[in-house]
Design a binder for this molecule. Structure first.
Ligand code: CA2
Length: 138
């Protein structure tokens, strides 16, 4: 099974700032752990700070990957374009968040991703990604 882990803006800063909310591990280090744990899967990782690049990555994932684990970060709460492409493509997308967005500011309670996602996992720190990958493994 081939899965794409796709991260949005500022998640390249993980492990360097705001450890109280987002932890102290870089995503690259965590991704190495995921690859070891799920060594029977083919896991790929992309990150972009640009909305259009995330849209393109989701278009290109269709027909190539069996699923996408998507943390669209702040674009979760603003991007009609990302919501639309998830609806348009066939590849199933599981939305993840490190923090519990419902325990934070009201503007983080809306998601343009959730209505078109296969499911949503949030609030478990980096473990949210692990749980999302597990959700694809029957
Ligand atoms: O909890 C999540 O995973 C979020 O998607 C993270 C986004 C935030 O806008 C969403 O509401 C919830 C922010 C990502 C920023 O990541 C940083 C990491 C380290 C330092 C600063 C920002």
């Amino acid at each position: 099974m081939k899965l794409l882990v796709l991260n949005g803006p500022n998640l390249n800063l993980l492990g360097t700032r705001e450890p109280g909310i987002y932890g102290s591990q870089t995503f690259e280090d965590y991704f190495k752990e995921l690859k070891l744990k799920f060594s029977d899967l083919t896991l790929s990782y992309q990150q972009s700070n640009h909305e259009g690049e995330l849209v393109t990555a989701l278009q290109q994932a269709d027909g190539v990957y069996d699923g996408v684990v998507l943390n669209a970060a702040a674009y979760t709460h603003t991007s009609v374009a990302i919501g639309d492409v998830i609806k348009a493509v066939g590849v199933p997308v599981v939305e993840v968040h490190i923090s519990n967005t419902f325990a934070r500011e009201a503007f983080r309670h809306n998601s343009y991703i959730s209505p078109n996602a296969k499911g949503v996992i949030l609030g478990f720190g980096l473990q949210s990604y692990d749980l999302a990958i597990q959700s694809f493994v029957k």
